[in-house]
Design a protein around this ligand. Structure first.
Ligand SMILES: Nc1ncnc2c1ncn2[C@@H]1O[C@H](COP(=O)(O)OP(=O)(O)OP(=O)(O)O)[C@@H](O)[C@H]1O
Length: 323
């Protein structure tokens, strides 16, 4: 591995993948020329609807799927020219739990370290078990572990060779809230200590909370790749919620056909979604006062990642969902 760390932990240029068809299915163009750069030191979120191509992307870097064309680099190392060195720089936590249940966590990690050629003197098996909260299960059979523990063991397995890049593919699917929180605390600690994290998740709030950079992939194409804050600013809409003293039963006439706004009821309150810069909040409040009702409470809501995600993936996803 080079001594100067690279600017990017992971790079993809024009990455394409077409899965061959079979008698019953046509070929699938799963990645259509993906360009992505993951900055060293970031927590990078790869988001996309089901079947968008996230696992295909990750599995190309893991060496589990052969790309059709394009280039990939892990920690600056080309995955075609130096596959072994490139793979040594990455740890992958897969979606599926794939472990021999008749081994103990200790044996599982030792085997994995052996697989990566980590000399015995450099192994950190007990330290890693401690870090993922499995020290007390060190010598239990894996089949005796709970689902959440098995998942933490998967993370541990991906860390035995001390990779500078850790990829987690849907790591918290089916994991309860408490364990998710523990896992994320540990991932954030790893990141603080210098590991670059790439994660795919369906939990948008999780990505919003954890990631500093986010890519959204849809039907094999990257539709956005930006710092999270920038992505959230993309939506130029906010919502003003007015809770009146006298609960409303319908949208007041003064808000009907107002340009750049959408008004809906929220119980006895109204939610006015307006285009930022085109509509003034003062005007909206003034209009409300004209109804003769008084305001009990007011708040504005900023768009969240889910809104951005829907706005970027909805149009293309529509024909599929309508079918
Ligand atoms: N081995 C394969 N053979 C044929 N098609 C495949 C194969 N693996 C994946 N695909 C197809 O490629 C597309 C991308 O799949 P992929 O698993 O990469 O998506 P994903 O974004 O990870 O989805 P999910 O969030 O559901 O895991 C899908 O249409 C999928 O059906």
């Amino acid at each position: 591995m080079s001594s100067t760390p690279p600017d990017y932990a992971l790079e993809a240029e024009g990455l394409q993948k077409t899965y061959a068809g079979s008698k019953s299915s046509s070929p699938k163009h799963a990645l259509k020329g993906v360009d992505l750069k993951v900055k060293r030191g970031s927590i990078f979120g790869l988001l996309g609807p089901n079947g968008a191509g996230k696992s295909t992307f990750i599995n190309i870097f893991a060496g589990l799927v052969n790309k059709s064309s394009g280039t990939g680099r892990i920690w600056g190392i080309d995955i075609d020219r130096q596959p072994r060195q490139a793979r040594a720089a990455i740890g992958i936590v897969p979606q599926e739990i794939n472990m021999d249940v008749f081994f103990t966590p200790f044996e599982t990690l030792e085997l994995m370290a052996g697989f990566y050629g980590v000399p015995k003197s450099e192994r950190r098996t007990d330290e890693i078990l401690e870090a993922v909260g499995l020290a007390d299960k060190r010598d239990a059979y894996v089949r005796m572990l709970s689902g959440g523990m098995k998942r933490r063991l998967l993370v541990a397995k991906a860390l035995v060779h001390n990779p500078p890049v850790l990829v987690l593919d849907e790591p918290t699917a089916g994991v309860d809230i408490e364990l998710r929180r523990q896992l994320w605390e540990y991932v954030v600690e790893l990141n603080k200590a210098g590991t670059t994290i790439v994660l795919t998740t369906h939990y948008l709030e999780e990505a919003q909370e954890l990631c500093d950079e986010i890519a959204i992939i849809n039907e094999g194409e990257v539709v956005a790749c930006e710092p999270k804050d920038q992505l959230l600013r993309r939506l130029d809409r906010k919502t003003l919620v007015i809770e009146p003293v006298n609960a409303l039963s319908e949208v007041p006439e003064v808000f009907a056909r107002l340009p750049h706004t959408e008004v809906s009821m929220r119980g006895g309150a109204i939610a006015i979604t307006y285009k930022f810069g085109e509509v003034s909040v003062a005007d909206l409040i003034e209009r409300f006062r004209e109804t003769g009702n008084r305001i009990n409470d007011l708040r504005t809501e900023e768009p969240d990642l889910e809104d951005v995600f829907l706005s970027l993936t909805y149009n293309r996803a529509k024909p599929d969902t309508a079918a």
